[in-house]
Design a protein around this ligand. Structure first.
Ligand code: ATP
Ligand code: MG
Length: 776
């Protein structure tokens, strides 16, 4: 074991070795991205164990449980899994939930207390607001919840709140004088239900350690060595726990990077890192400078970004790694095209460089952006996984809309009906739904049919309830009429408004609520995109049913667990600490990233910039920054400007490429290198250049894909319009439908069609003058 650990320690550089070998005392490692902070923590734990420190005595707090698992695995490899499995390792929430279960009774909770997630909390707060007969447009449940959450994370209990005139005045000033009472009721109700919310897990731990000196002593004695990763993002409550637990032995090692502090909006306090040296006596400060993760280009570009921030510690990051390719900046005309660019780049790189799906990550600022990416990846048959969130089509608000749409197509769809019959709330209660279900079973009819005949069946419903059921039936039927006369986009837009879904979210007004509205917008954009694609299909049926079918297939694909090699999709916030050979940072547009909501103060903008630093430094070899010149919002194309962050990177690290589909498929090829050496000020002004072919984004000529000969002009009339050379048996790649095989060809000129069997989605007949096809 000793020689094994020695071998590992030899692999560290000198700067990394120092904090690993420093056995005792408080220490802090401050260093930039990719310099081995997490590795130092891991090695330090292995080293302590090799010196005979019992795994039970080591507490290690990480940012995600996944990070903890990976760390544990590394340590197992060195010291053996029997030893490693006894380590206390995980996120603050998971570790202290464990301890609270052991000690719960001291605080008056049952040891099997429930943990409320944010949704439960908000629902309960909503109910309390209602009971107190407060105006829920003023007391928005989610806002009240985040207020209470921030109190808890600052250790302001209900009692402390009512002892603090300043806070009470602050809430009164914001026209919510009764927040304190709501807070009080909420805490009581949670307690009575034997439940703790997320913030309680930290708050109650603090309470436990403060109120019970014997308990504190017990855990101080147990956790003789404490290690914290990503220390820059700890909040006050977490800080106090660490402070208390480490007080006796003072064997505390924290690592962090002030440049990666990205959770201030949730109460993380960067001062925890800045003040560490004041909090403990004789703190050893270590700095790491050498980055092992990324190429020179990426490291230096990232340095040039963070340089723009005024608030920062002086830090150096350099690397011995090779220069590597430049960061590629890609402009697309629309977000749909941006998605297709990302998917086709992954497709090409996989073929050219034998890369695996898991070597790619797509990072975005907001969850809604995953939709365009998911659609494009699916069409290319590239497996992906969404981290830290549901697949787009499984998100609640999206499912709600989709269930209404499913009812339009098939009112017998019971799952859909039960989901939305009383959402948004329209006074149809559970007991009514139960009666309907019983009747439906009795008559062997669907619930919807029972509702249609509610007058003829005696269910002992009062007339008010009957009216509500009839109204619901009428509403669905009116949607069906619209579906016969309008396209699916119109209908979906209408449905999301008429049902009150959007209004419900607007009322809420919190960032989460806004994000949900954005998701619905995205769904509509997806439908619009889908309809556009439908135009190519000869004799396409009603677009709505086909869209729903498409979506159903998508979720099937998501469920597939047989293949674990997947492209990773996640928000930048979630990507902290991770690394990937190739990283796409998408949606690099002003008002999106940096977010429009963060442009008010310098400190908010600086946090966005740190977020960009985090994003870029996830890349090992190749980074892509992509932006679209326009995005659909509520079905309208809105112009967008490239992110200011692109301009902030020194030009020498960037290479501009461009991918504009309409141009390179249908217009004559010309001026191959238009984006080669253009400077960025010009690029900002550049109009969509329809005639621009994409500059090759790889060093090597691309793959085996042969472009179909482009049609000249875009007015498809006359002869010789499409001399494709396409023959039955050809394997083709379609921008939207993915891979397929040509079965049959018919018609001539502008009417020439191909019947193609796609791997996903079956047989489609495409008009070749519109079809975006490549022959493979
Ligand atoms: P972040 O700030 O993004 O969390 P970090 O400082 O925690 O980064 P690590 O994740 O520990 O950095 O290390 C980055 C990469 O460099 C990892 O792949 C790690 O294995 C590798 N690495 C770190 N130190 C060395 C070393 N001495 N020799 C070789 N590779 C190293
Ligand atoms: Mg790390």
């Amino acid at each position: 074991k000793k020689t094994m650990i020695q071998e590992y320690i030899n692999q560290l550089n000198e700067a990394q070795r120092a904090p690993v070998l420093q056995k005792d005392g408080p220490m802090i490692v401050i260093a930039g991205a990719g310099s081995g902070k997490t590795r130092v923590l891991t090695m330090r734990i292995a080293y302590l164990m090799s010196l005979g420190v019992d795994a039970f005595n080591i507490l290690s707090l990480t940012f995600t449980n996944k990070a903890a698992r990976e760390m544990k695995k590394r340590i197992s490899d060195i010291v053996g899994s029997n030893e490693a499995k006894n380590l206390w390792m995980g996120t603050f929430h998971s570790v202290f939930a464990k301890i609270l279960r052991i000690e719960a009774e001291k605080l008056g909770y049952p040891s099997n207390f429930t943990i409320y997630d944010a949704q439960d909390s908000v629902r309960l707060i909503g109910a309390i607001i209602k009971e107190m007969q407060l105006d829920k447009d003023i007391y928005k449940p989610k806002q009240v919840f985040s207020r209470i959450s921030s109190y808890k994370n600052s250790l302001i209990t209900v009692k402390a709140y009512f002892n603090n005139p300043e806070l009470m005045e602050q809430d009164a000033m914001s026209k919510k004088p009764r927040i304190g009472e709501i807070y009080n009721n909420y805490v009581e109700r949670c307690f009575k239900s034997g439940a703790m919310d997320f913030d309680d897990l930290l708050l109650k731990t603090n309470e436990l350690l403060n109120r019970f000196p014997d308990v504190l002593a017990k855990y101080q004695d147990r956790f003789r060595y404490i290690l914290v990763d990503e220390y820059q993002d700890t909040n006050h409550s977490q800080y106090l726990i660490v402070r208390a637990l480490s007080d006796r032995f003072q064997n505390i090692c924290v690592v962090g990077d002030d440049a990666q502090s990205i959770y201030a909006f949730r109460g993380a306090n960067i001062n925890n890192i800045l003040n560490f040296q004041k909090d403990y006596a004789d703190v050893q400060l270590f700095r790491l400078e050498q980055n092992y993760r990324s190429t020179k280009n990426i490291v230096e570009a990232a340095n040039s970004i963070i340089d723009k921030n005024k608030t920062k510690l002086d830090k150096v990051v350099w690397t011995h790694n090779q220069d590597g390719p430049k960061i590629k900046v890609n402009r697309s005309i629309t977000d749909g095209e941006e998605g297709r660019f990302v998917a086709s780049t992954i497709f090409d790189e996989k073929m050219r460089n034998q890369m695996k799906n898991g070597e790619f990550a797509i990072l975005y600022r907001t969850n809604a952006q995953s939709r365009a990416m998911e659609d494009a990846l699916r069409k290319r048959d590239i497996p992906y996984r969404i981290y830290g969130g549901l697949s787009f089509y499984q998100r609640k608000e999206i499912k709600d809309v989709l269930c209404y749409l499913r009812l339009v197509i098939n009112p017998k769809d019971e799952e859909a009906l039960v989901r939305v019959i009383n959402y948004p709330a329209r006074g149809i209660g559970d007991s009514t739904i139960e009666k309907l279900t019983v009747a439906a079973n009795h008559y062997k009819r669907s619930i919807f049919e029972v509702m249609e005949n509610i007058d003829k069946i005696d269910l002992k419903l009062n007339s008010g309830t009957k009216r509500k059921l009839e109204d619901f039936v009428m509403m669905i039927k009116s949607f069906q009429v619209i579906n016969e006369n309008q396209d699916a986009f119109f209908l979906a837009d209408h449905v999301s408004k008429k049902t009150g879904l959007v209004q419900e979210l607007k009322k809420d007004g919190t960032p989460e609520g806004i994000a949900r509205i954005e998701n619905i917008e995205e769904l509509l954009n997806g439908i619009k995109d889908f309809i556009e694609g439908q135009k190519e299909i000869d004799g396409a049926r009603g677009a709505l049913s086909e869209f729903l079918e498409d979506v159903a297939l998508a979720t099937d694909l998501d469920k597939d667990t047989g293949d674990d090699d997947r492209v990773a999709l996640m928000t930048i916030h979630l990507s902290k600490g991770l690394e990937f050979p190739t990283v796409f940072v998408v949606g690099m547009e002003d008002d999106l990233f940096p977010s429009a909501m963060s442009l008010n103060t310098r400190s908010e903008l600086e946090e966005e910039r740190r977020l960009f630093y985090v994003a870029l430094t996830r890349a090992e070899h190749q980074a892509y920054l992509t932006y679209a010149q326009s995005r659909y919002r509520w079905g309208k194309l809105m112009d967008s400007e490239p992110s200011r962050f692109i301009e902030e990177i020194d030009d020498q690290y960037l290479e501009y490429i461009s991918h504009t589909e309409s141009g390179y498929r249908y217009k004559p090829m010309m001026d191959m290198d238009i984006f080669g050496d253009v400077d960025k000020s010009k690029l900002r002004l550049a109009k969509p250049t329809n005639g621009t072919p994409p500059k090759k984004y790889g060093e090597e000529p691309t793959s085996t894909i042969r472009k179909l000969k482009p049609v000249s002009g875009n007015a498809p009339s006359g002869n010789n319009l499409f001399d494709s050379g396409l023959v039955p048996g050809n394997i083709v790649m379609h921008e939207r439908f993915g891979k397929g095989q040509v079965l049959n060809l018919e018609g001539v000129g502008a009417d020439k069609k191909a019947e193609i069997k796609f791997d996903v989605g079956g047989i489609k007949k495409l008009l070749l003058r519109f079809a975006k096809l490549d022959v493979i």
